[in-house]
Design a protein around this ligand. Structure first.
Ligand code: 1GP
Length: 236
């Protein structure tokens, strides 16, 4: 299994429902040193706000992926490299495992050759993604490892994504997921806010995902996290 994410250390997730801080441009976002941009969020997604970000980033030479939260906001644009579709493996509501996906495949002409899944393990019970999906966040490291192994071995997932959206996660959980997989790429996202937190999480994962920081603090803070993630992997 291989994909462009094999070579990534850092992904910047742009929430189209949130503004960029004053003075920050999409050029800054696209030239921040991050390896790829994912456009997505849990709430407030519309075709219009998705399209606006795709158009703003589409002219820069950086991998650009849409991460739609539901089929209604999937857009087609030649500036996009493809679609990364979350499937929440520990969701309580199967709609977020395969149900939404089934609706998409039923309604739309899916560009399968540009579509991949991310096997999410959602672990912050206070995050809106956890309540939406009714995720069982009360997991032991063994259980996280179990989900990660099942995602890779039984479901052929190329990306396993440990998601702590909004808070810095437990490295033991991230490590457990990493130890359980072989060729899949481990994404970690949640609460990365500076060089040290990026470095620490990158030591336990292949790719760190930074989201809120861009909207809350701006581009300098994001660039610090890029350095942290890259330094952690260079030190390997
Ligand atoms: C959210 O994993 C990402 O899906 C990033 O989380 O917004 O907490 O950085 P943060």
């Amino acid at each position: 299994m291989s994909g462009p994410w094999d070579d990534w250390d850092h992904v910047l997730k742009v929430d189209p429902d949130k503004d960029l801080p004053d003075g920050v441009t999409f050029e800054d976002v696209c030239t921040s040193g991050t390896d790829a941009i994912e456009i997505g969020g849990t709430t407030g997604m519309t075709e219009e706000n998705m399209q606006a970000v795709v158009e703003a980033c589409g002219t820069y030479d950086i991998p650009l992926y849409q991460e739609p939260s539901n089929p209604a906001v999937v857009i087609e644009d030649e500036g996009l490299d493809g679609y990364l579709i979350p499937s929440v493996f520990n969701a309580g509501d199967p709609f977020w495992i395969t149900g939404a996906h089934k609706e998409w495949a039923r309604i739309d002409e899916v560009a399968w050759d540009r579509t991949w899944t991310e096997a999410y393990i959602v672990l912050n019970p206070d995050a809106s993604v956890a309540s939406y999906t009714e995720a069982d966040c009360d997991l032991t490291p063994d259980e996280v490892a179990g989900y990660a192994a099942v995602a890779e071995r039984l479901f052929g997932q190329e990306i396993v994504y440990v998601e702590y959206s909004g808070t810095l996660g437990d490295t033991e959980m991230v490590q457990a997921a990493g130890d359980a997989i072989d060729s899949a790429t481990l994404f970690y996202g949640g609460g990365i806010h500076d060089y040290d937190s990026a470095y620490e999480m990158a030591e336990h994962s292949d790719v760190v995902v930074v989201g809120n920081l861009l909207h809350d603090e701006g581009i300098d803070a994001v660039e610090e996290t890029v350095r942290g993630a890259k330094d952690a992997h260079t030190a390997d």
